[in-house]
Design a binder for this molecule. Structure first.
Ligand code: MG
Length: 250
């Protein structure tokens, strides 16, 4: 099932996308999917970011080949950092190239959308708290990230976390092709089965520390092939079984 979020006449709501039709839901989709009977054509609506996370918990160097290209070694345990909720934008929104950066990188990633408040999720039980999956771009001001030991500033700018275009609730997150393109040219091409720490491990590891809330997102790390974007570029993150997240750099 594909879940979208949109706004019509000042009202924000979730819906089920089926073909070109959106079936409106009443309330949030996390507890129960309840349709309210109204339908829309997807071509008539603007998609909003499909979730409103209180936090984005991101994982550094979770693909071996990417850790190798960074030349900083392989972390033994998942390397966690937080992107602020204010970095979220949706499909079709602009990513703003900060005036104080001279190296802005894409990082195509699988985003995990949490559906239940959870803490200390035991290994093997992550599917009970995961609502679905989306495409995510962990946009990074690489020069600012590398200038200091903490990544918050280099990865925390407004518009630095595009997600979308929708949430797919039925993905096989352990074997999904992932690709990033800049102006149509393939830059990253991998599969989520190359993660060092898989989704189930990440959910248990993160919730050993902090509570995750409905709508919270885990950015599961990027494969090899990271590189720069320029103003005017169009960047796409495509995950097989989900769709294409497309944003322009301005
Ligand atoms: Mg990343």
């Amino acid at each position: 099932m594909k879940i979208i979020r949109t706004e019509i006449d000042g009202e924000i709501f979730y819906g089920i996308l089926e073909g070109k039709t959106v079936r409106r839901l009443s309330g949030l989709p996390f507890d129960a999917i309840v349709e309210d009977g109204r339908t829309y054509s997807v071509s008539d609506i603007k998609l909003l970011p499909p979730a409103e996370p209180t936090k984005i918990v991101a994982i550094g160097k979770n693909y071996r080949a990417h850790a190798d290209e960074m030349g900083e070694g392989q972390p033994e345990e998942p390397l966690l950092f937080i992107k602020p909720s204010t970095s979220i934008v949706g499909n079709g929104d602009d990513v703003v190239y900060p005036a104080i950066s001279h190296r802005l990188d894409y990082e195509g990633e699988l985003g995990v959308v949490i559906g239940k408040k959870c803490h200390a999720v035991q290994p093997g039980h992550s599917s009970e708290v995961i609502f679905g999956y989306t495409c995510l771009n962990d946009v990074t001001a690489r020069d600012i990230q590398k200038a200091v030991s903490q990544w918050t500033r280099g990865k925390g700018f407004d518009t630095f976390c595009p997600i979308g275009p929708h949430i797919e609730t039925e993905l096989d997150a352990y074997n999904a092709p992932i690709e990033t393109r800049v102006n149509g040219e393939v830059k990253q091409h991998s599969n989520t089965n190359c993660m060092t720490h898989n989704v189930d491990k990440l959910v248990s590891y993160i919730t050993e520390c902090m509570t995750l809330l409905p709508g919270d997102i885990i950015a599961t790390g990027t494969p090899e092939g990271i590189g720069p974007m320029q103003r005017g570029d169009t960047v796409e993150v495509e995950i097989g079984g989900i769709g294409v997240l497309r944003n322009r750099i301005v």
